[in-house]
Write a new protein. Sequence first.
Lengths: 79, 773
Amino acid sequence: MSVRREDDGTTIVLDGHCPVEEAEPLLQFLQASPAACLDWRQCTHLHTAVLQVILAARPQLIGPCGDAWVQRWVASNVL
Amino acid sequence: MNALHEQFIAEARELIHQATDDLIAMEREGFALERIDRVFRAFHTLKGSAGVVALPAMGLTLHAAEDLLAAIHAGKLDASSAIVDQALACLDQVARWVDDFEAGGALPPSAGEDARSMAAMLRSLLSESGVTETAKKSAQRSSAPAAEGRLPKWVSRLIESHQGRIVDETRESPAELFAFSYEPDSQCFFNGDDPLNLMRKVPRLLAFHAEAHETWPPVADLDPFACNLRLQGISAGGHAELADIFRLVPDQVRLVEVPLEALRLDQAHGADDDDRVGLIRVVIEEQRQVLRAANQGDDMIGRIGAVSRAAANALRYGGLQDLADAIERANVAALSERNAGHLLSALDQTQALLPRASSAVPPDAAVVSGSADAQVEEAERPASRALRVDEGKIDALVNLAGELIVAKNGISHLARRLQDELEDRELARAVRREHDAIERLAGEMHAAILQLRMVPLAQVFRSFPRLVRDMSQRLGKKVRLVTNGETTEADKAIVDRLFEPLLHLVRNALDHGIENPEQRRTAGKAEGATVTMRASRAGDRFIIEVIDDGRGIDPAIVRRRARERGVIGDDELAALLDDQVIDLIFSAGFSTAAEVSDISGRGVGMDVVRATVERIGGRASVISRIGAGTTVRLDLPMNIAMSRIMVVSAGGQIFGIPMDAVTETVRLAPDRVSRIKNNDGFVLRDRIVPICSLAELMKLPQARPPGLDARLVIVTDISGKVIALEIDAIEDRLEVVLKPLQGLLSNARGYAGTTLLGDGRVLLVLDLKEILP
């Protein structure tokens, strides 16, 4: 599972390759705990659908993003 | 030719048509802002698509035209006929290029030169007239692929937020820059697409932005699998590579060339820090202006965000991270209190803290502004719901449906045999029932398939406003064209063949029908004449009328000409009423080369109009009143694939006769027939109708001696000539698919075509016009 919630419920972690299917669980986590932080340092590849959830929900991010392209082009200008 | 190119060709033609229509309407009905806007959009979209298929020459020309239209739109230039002329000429040129591109996949070698001279002409109109200083300046820079201010807002925004990097990159290795805006289809995730992956492939990406295509819904309502993103960026990787990356999603991507001057390279040519600081100063100053210009309206929040982003980026680019952070802090404060004051004072502070630059910053320096381009943002047309299908495929369906009907007629024949030969009524009735069901279904299917081939008459009508405009200018006549009923639909094969006859009718109306302005004034008419093209549906046929309010046709002149040219015998001519005389204009040989003019000439007369119309199963007639005008009426079938025929026997053979030629059938008692000269004839409603024997015409032995029994005739009306055709019996009435004669028979005269009968026999269908004397 590349999306998981830390036990304390305050942090959601994206780990490794995050394909399209991860968009839904990520969204559910963010809906359940809107104040949670998102740690995407271990994420190596982000699918568009997953990024879209992040862009829409705008959680507090713990970075830098492990996906270098996303870090370069999204984390620094868009978010 | 790949799908992208095909789509480009089809779309370009549509846009050219639309822009032509709008230009002409604009000239006629006044230069309303909305119209200019539409024309501008059409040019703009054309230019964009020319960019996508990499036709720079076309882009250059269209760009010049676009600038001209933009100047009119902005009120810097007064619209005039000269401008409309030039814009139309530009569209003509583009239309020719589209043809070339379709034929050879490329523009002709002369395209570059043509493009430059066309662009120069367009720009000369821009500088000639009372254009303001700035407009003049941009006109002189004619080589610019896109003048500043012409850039869509989103491109300006991208440049603004990544200015530093873009300037750096292009300074190190100059390249053509292209901005792209990609809106992935909302269902794209289901197709396994990952739009971000395309972004990752973009070579030499210099700027990137991602935003919601439609405002994000609350997180609770978000659909994670519906893509709602707009991905934008600027690349220095070259057009070809971008086009290749987006080749599968051309409909979702817009590519815009970013002219280097949009980057204000002139202020950043050197590599030294002074210039860099100077640039930052310019950017910051610009941001201050943006903020000051803002009202406390709804866009305030957006402005604050954009301004702080641009300023912070500029500062980071200059290595001034602390100042950038300060701006971002001010941004947060400004946003939370919805007060731009915080940001404004932070900008002022930044300006003061910037290292002193040795070179002065020009006071008027401004970063690209996307002023008049809100309309460009909205320029996307709604996606067409139409399906483009190759005509050949539809024709194959039409043929199959036709064969099905023939096969169905076979079952009908079978049912009759069952009844006659086996005398099994029960079985015959069952077969008949099934036959009826198949007949209904086959008929519906045939109709549905024919419906596929139906196209609106607008397809032919829409060439005419332009033609009428050009012709009336050349003739020095004032003519307004009114079209009505363009939505009337008919089979494509018919609509396609109507252009020439209609062109001829309209030319005639303009050339011969409509008087000079002085003549019209003298006659007490309005100087501006009206030509109306009107289409309407009448049952399973449709009518097109070409009506002018000109001088009308003088029967006396027609009589004289007909006599001079021997179109008709003198006796016959004398017997004709005035209304019938006018019809002689359709006779072969009536119009001669002597009256061939530039406009309606080419040696084709009205006879060709009638012949063409009759070949597709139509009829042409004319009504005219001296001084009041002329109406030519074409009565046409909606489709030609099915014909109703009457199967008759004569001389021991059967023939088909098209029903549209038959007005009635009459059984004549011997005493009704009288001998007139060498011919038999009878009186039908006070009119003498000659009788011809079909057997005799077909050189067949007479089945029975004429005289004693009642004689059966069908009365035909061919081009107003009424003749009774004697036959032995009427066998059947059928709806058939008429096939033209082929092979050895293709030159045989007298036949309209053949069809297969239910029992497998071939039925020859007669062309009465050719066989009747």
